[in-house]
Design a protein around this ligand. Structure first.
Ligand SMILES: [Zn+2]
Ligand SMILES: [Zn+2]
Length: 516
């Protein structure tokens, strides 16, 4: 690797290797308390890019994802049945799946997320917090936290300005009677056991090396760093404030656990254009599953990796998506043409690939053409292939089938109405609205198109020439075209659109309409 690779992931990799050597454990953690969305996925995509940059430098790097399955349900989110009020305060792994298909609540939201990681080409090791505790991985750190509880309490008090009660404990027990983890209180510690009482009236004792409870979040996080040996961790900006959980966690890690806190990578939110920061609790979000139904995985990496973690990303799934795909295709073309001397863009392209770098450039087709093709041909790959061929594009059937699906899903979920159309098989009754001038135009176009080279720009220019000649306004001209093909006054860019239909079909339709 002669040339300097200066993607931000490379810079971070250089920095951590300088300060902490060649062995790294990168931890990510998203609580499966609801549908995991595009904003959450930023954490894993960011971590994965750094993981690859480290490996490219010969470092030994491991990437893990920790699912906090023991986190309590905090409230009845808008996507849950009202009856879930009875589970508030219970750890997620104990709560039934709201849709009844998986082992429990946590697994229900983990499943599509883990599938998405697979699609994104992100390989990592998955840990579930409940299992880590049950296997005794945390025993040592729990003991240290319990012994040093007053030291921890004063760190939290000093950093956050909060007052903690004198009997404060860093550990929460899951009540053996009612299952709540938020209503219990540790009342004593004897020999690797904690005694507790619960708001439900129950009291008992558990062995903390066997699960049955967990450290409070602010202590759990630094305890995890030490227990697992985390050296790098990306996290959202909400954890990064002064007095926030990274701040207190770092202090606890150093002063209580004697462990150097991981190299922090603070990332900003992804905003949904016009709606605000993505969060599943407010419903302002695109789940990662939905996202992967409208774009290939490379585009998800591209959306996230082209922006530095500390800058927010605004995502517009409506019109902005077309531009995003176009920008990715530009980077792809310059990568393969060798024109892009820009090492940063080349590296960005490499980091976006989910299954190795393609040997040759994938076929270039503007997404808009897919949107038109799928509306003309439906899911019929052969027909769609003909439609695209008319516009000068060719693509293998497997890839085409996939792309048609993306375009169809986008049309169904996000496309503005002016992108949607159906080509009428018969002359639409709406042609009754055509004026005398408009009919003249259609007759003339029908004639011209007989000898027209069948490509978008030529057809487009031809329409404009005839329009000028006949002295009618362009808007009248285009309305006539759309009315006789689609039965409505607007449609996709006329040149592109017409070139994707068959010549005979268009000519006959224009003639029929001109005589109607
Ligand atoms: Zn399920
Ligand atoms: Zn209880």
């Amino acid at each position: 690797m002669g040339e300097k690779l200066d993607h931000w992931a490379d810079q971070i990799a250089d920095e951590v290797m300088k300060s902490r050597g060649k062995r790294h454990l990168i931890a990510t953690g998203i609580t499966p308390s609801g549908p995991i969305h595009l904003g959450n996925i930023r954490e894993v995509v960011t971590a994965y890019a750094i993981h690859r940059a480290l490996q490219d430098r010969g470092a030994i790097s491991k990437l893990i994802y920790i699912a906090d399955t023991s986190d309590p349900l905090r409230k009845v989110y808008p996507f849950l049945p009202k009856t879930y009020v009875e589970y508030v305060g219970m750890p997620l792994y104990r709560i039934p799946d709201p849709e009844g298909c998986c082992e429990n609540y946590a697994e229900h939201y983990l499943k599509p997320f883990l599938e998405a990681l697979c699609t994104l080409g992100i390989r990592l090791t998955v840990y579930r917090v409940r299992e880590l505790y049950a296997k005794g991985i945390y025993s040592q750190v729990i003991e240290e936290a319990l012994i040093n509880r007053s030291k921890i309490a004063s760190i939290i008090e000093e950093k956050t300005g909060r007052d903690l009660p004198s009997d404060w404990m860093p550990f929460n027990v899951e009540c053996e009677n009612c299952g709540s983890i938020t209503k219990t209180k540790v009342t004593g510690i004897i020999h690797h056991q904690v005694e507790y009482s619960c708001g439900c009236g129950y009291s008992g004792a558990i062995r903390y090396s066997r699960g049955g409870g967990k450290l409070l979040w602010r202590v759990d996080w630094p305890a995890r760093w030490k227990a697992l040996g985390v050296t790098i961790e990306p996290f959202g900006k909400d954890h990064a404030t002064a007095g926030g959980s990274y701040d207190t966690g770092s202090e606890i890690s150093q002063k209580v656990f004697g462990y150097q806190p991981p190299y922090p990578i603070v990332y900003e939110w992804i905003y949904l254009k016009g709606k605000g920061a993505m969060a599943s609790s407010t419903g302002v979000a695109i789940s990662i599953k939905e996202m992967l139904q409208i774009v290939p995985p490379e585009i998800v990496h591209f959306l996230i990796l082209r922006t530095k973690p500390e800058k927010h990303i605004e995502f517009d799934p409506v019109r902005g998506l077309l531009q995003l795909i176009e920008e990715y295709q530009d980077v792809e073309r310059s990568y393969f043409s060798g024109e892009g001397k820009d090492a940063h863009l080349r590296r960005l392209y490499e980091l976006c690939q989910t299954a190795g770098i393609p040997e040759k450039i994938p076929p270039y087709i503007p997404f808009m053409h897919m949107v038109i093709a799928t509306q003309i041909a439906g899911a019929d790959v052969k027909h769609a292939s003909q439609v695209l061929k008319r516009s000068g594009y060719s693509i293998d059937p497997n890839r085409l089938a996939k792309y048609l699906k993306y375009a169809r899903n986008w049309l169904d979920s996000f496309a503005p109405d002016d992108f949607k159309f159906t080509v009428r098989e018969e002359l639409p009754s709406e042609v009754a609205k055509l004026s005398h001038d408009q009919k003249r135009l259609l007759a003339r176009l029908a004639d011209n198109l007989k000898n027209q080279r069948w490509e978008a720009e030529g057809i487009h220019n031809n329409i404009h020439e005839v329009t000028k000649e006949l002295r009618i306004t362009p808007s009248q001209a285009f309305q006539a075209i759309y009315l006789c093909l689609l039965g409505k006054r607007s449609g996709p860019r006329a040149g592109w659109f017409i070139s994707s239909l068959s010549r005979d079909f268009v000519i006959n339709r224009f003639l029929d309409a001109s005589k109607s």
